[in-house]
Write a protein that binds this ligand. Structure first.
Ligand code: HEM
Length: 223
């Protein structure tokens, strides 16, 4: 660029960005205990699942250790997801606005956010993710308990065990797919949401763009 006039800033004062509370301290603590416990279950579960990934178990403390802790951490994971359901029950109900949002999913995929109908605190995809994780945990619990104490299964019912192993693994794979989408969407597709889950607040502009009905409700504004 050739040397031209230097543009001076118009004003020396800066306007602080307006921020709104997205998650309370309790919501964040529960979410992150849930996320960390899921991470542990993911690595140790895969290590138990296939010998190709057994090295993950070695890294996490060895076969015996992970086999001992996997079910206990599973209970922590389950307790936190139940707590999430108690905290966010009303926010996770599917509404007409969600149905409209889903009908326009094509725009969402094309990154045409301005053409998406407004949604509340969570969009339909976030709600579906939550319910998938919520219902899967109960199947994982029932099948997991059978695998936890196989010696209690009466001899004539031993055929049940491989079926439980199959269902437990298949359902775990469903949660892994959902989890990968969740992490990808939260970190890369919606910049700013991570700050909300770490620090508790998001910019007013973020809230208005992604969750306009929620933004209108909490700020009492229309525009
Ligand atoms: C450990 C990796 C994880 C990361 C990086 C992560 C990140 C995030 C972020 C940034 C948000 C805020 C999204 C927003 O405000 O719109 C969020 C919300 C949420 N997270 Fe996670 N999360 C993780 C694990 C999990 C797991 C294992 C669950 C299991 C249920 C979960 C369930 C939720 C739910 C239900 C919400 C609210 C709705 C939604 O955004 O989907 N998260 N997460």
């Amino acid at each position: 660029m050739s040397g031209g006039a230097i543009v001076q800033p118009q004003s020396k004062t800066a306007v602080a960005e307006e921020r709104v509370v997205r998650y309370t301290f309790q919501e964040r603590v529960i979410h992150w205990i849930n996320g960390i416990s899921y991470g542990y279950l993911l690595f140790t579960g895969l290590a138990i699942f296939t010998p190709y990934l057994a090295w993950m178990g070695t890294v996490m403390g060895g076969g015996g250790t992970i086999r001992y802790w996997h079910p206990w951490i599973g209970l922590v994971y389950m307790a936190t997801i139940i707590q999430m359901q108690r905290m966010w029950r009303s926010d996770m109900v599917t509404t007409d606005a969600d149905r409209q949002w889903s009908k326009n999913i094509e725009h969402y995929v094309k990154n045409e956010d301005d053409q998406m109908p407004p949604v509340g605190r969570f969009n339909h995809g976030q709600k579906q993710f939550f319910w998938v994780m919520f219902y899967c945990v109960f199947i994982l619990l029932v099948t997991g308990i059978v695998m936890w104490i196989p010696e209690r299964i009466p001899r004539s019912f031993h055929w049940v065990l491989p079926i439980m192993v199959f269902i437990h693994s298949a359902v775990a794979l469903v949660t892994i797919a959902a989890f990968m989408i969740h992490v990808y969407m939260s970190i890369w597709v919606t910049p700013g949401s991570m700050k909300g889950m770490v620090e508790g607040t998001v910019s007013s502009a973020w809230a208005k763009t992604h969750h306009r009905l929620w933004w209108q409700r909490i700020t009492g504004r229309k525009n």
